[in-house]
Ligand binder design. Structure first.
Ligand SMILES: [Zn+2]
Length: 131
């Protein structure tokens, strides 16, 4: 089971190993330029962020899961306030998906990396001792 602080580090798009380094160079999720850029290594603990070629293809699984959660959430919230209407649902759902897409993309990578890389509270210390 994911540790509580693991969840926080995923949401904040931090390195899964040290929970401090940033996974993305551009911290503004809604700025298009440099949107996909990740450093090769964590700036704090030197964790490899690329792991292997095509590593982040696996992130599409977490992205798919999050998209389903968003769809269901939109569906349920609409149901609380409005009569169900498929056209309205699709319109609002599409809008919500478009707005959340950049973050979903990033957080999917963060989840995928966190599945593969375990948290090490001493990661930064170890790296600093080596350099
Ligand atoms: Zn790190």
């Amino acid at each position: 089971m994911p540790h509580h602080s693991n969840t926080i580090s995923v949401i904040k798009l931090k390195c899964p190993k040290c929970h401090q380094g940033d996974l993305f160079l551009n911290k503004n999720t809604y700025q298009y330029k440099g949107f996909f850029d990740m450093p090769n290594n964590c700036s704090k603990c030197n964790q490899d962020f690329l792991i292997e070629p095509g590593f982040y293809y696996g992130a599409m699984y977490s992205s798919y899961a999050i998209t389903i959660i968003i769809n269901v959430t939109v569906f349920l919230i609409l149901g609380l306030f409005l009569e169900y209407n498929i056209g309205l649902f699709l319109t609002i759902d599409l809008f919500v998906l478009l707005i959340t897409m950049p973050y979903v993309f990033k957080v999917s990578r963060a989840i995928w990396l966190a599945i593969m890389v375990k948290y090490d509270p001493k990661a930064i210390l170890k790296y600093e001792q080596k350099t």
